[in-house]
Design a binder for this molecule. Structure first.
Ligand code: PEP
Length: 259
């Protein structure tokens, strides 16, 4: 049984006042979300303000990245310890913008995943192929490599505490989402891999989100696929009404969770 999860990735948008306003609107629009969990990931600088607004509400908050070290001479980095202090629930790791624009390697992402777990944070590990890789028929090879590398060295109990997101690079911020069938195919493949790496039970309980141009009008079709357990939402998470609709449309039908 997996409760769908919708995560808003606000990326590098908005100052503290805007973040507070957006968090308030999401909180007030989703007072008692049924059959769905919701988390927002503002920029680091807005985390304290967002935490203040959302504390005591059912909406969680998380971060968009974290370093693998607890502290030290790492100018410009944020450690998982700092995120725990801000009561973050999860941390997005291996986002395609980190991989492609900032050249993060699988090995670094793996260290970040392990560090997040060590500190009790839930890592949301993102994988996904570029348009060219898909054209060359390499989708499964690419996501498999990223998944195996990202989870390397972890035992089943640790993998069970992770979240995955399939985010085809060609769908992020482009307005062109993967079709439910395209996404479902990759989600099923990833779940099969987790079954192999951990166990069938872990694979059945692990939530795999889809990300890439999710909007109010495509959320329901995507998340009604049995292997799609919610959404990682970028652009559309910056407007509260649309994000709230996505959350509602991603909720499990007729109950708190889907099998
Ligand atoms: C993302 O950045 O994780 C994302 C999915 O962006 P968008 O929804 O804008 O495609």
């Amino acid at each position: 049984m997996r409760t769908p999860l919708v995560v808003g990735n606000w990326k590098m948008h908005g100052g503290i006042a805007e973040a507070r306003e957006l968090a308030l609107a999401v909180r007030d629009g989703l007072k008692r979300p049924r059959g769905v969990e919701v988390v927002v990931c503002p920029p680091f600088t807005a985390l304290p303000a967002v935490a203040e607004v959302l504390a005591g509400s059912p909406i969680g908050w998380g971060a968009q990245n974290a370093h693998w070290e607890d502290k030290g001479a790492f100018t410009g980095e944020i450690s998982p310890v700092m995120l725990v202090e801000l009561r973050c629930r999860l941390v997005i790791l291996g986002h395609s913008e980190r991989r492609h624009l900032f050249r993060e390697t699988d090995e670094e992402i793996n260290r970040k995943v392990a560090a997040a777990l060590r500190h009790g944070l839930t890592p949301l590990l993102c994988v996904g192929e570029t348009a060219e890789e898909r054209r060359q028929g390499l989708t499964f090879t690419v996501v498999e490599g990223q998944l195996r590398a990202g989870l390397a060295g972890l035992g089943s109990p640790q993998m069970e505490r992770c979240l995955l997101a399939y985010e085809p690079v060609w769908a992020i911020g482009t307005g062109v989402n993967a079709t439910p069938a395209q996404a479902a195919e990759v989600h099923g493949y990833l779940r099969g891999l987790v079954s192999e790496l951990a166990s069938k039970e872990v694979a059945q309980s692990l939530r795999i989100l889809y990300g890439g141009s999710v909007k109010a009008d495509n959320a329901a079709a995507l998340t009604q696929e049995p292997d799609i357990d919610g959404a990682l939402v970028g652009g559309a998470s910056l407007q509260a009404p649309g994000f709230i609709t996505i959350a509602r449309k991603s909720a499990a039908k007729g109950g708190p969770a889907k099998e």
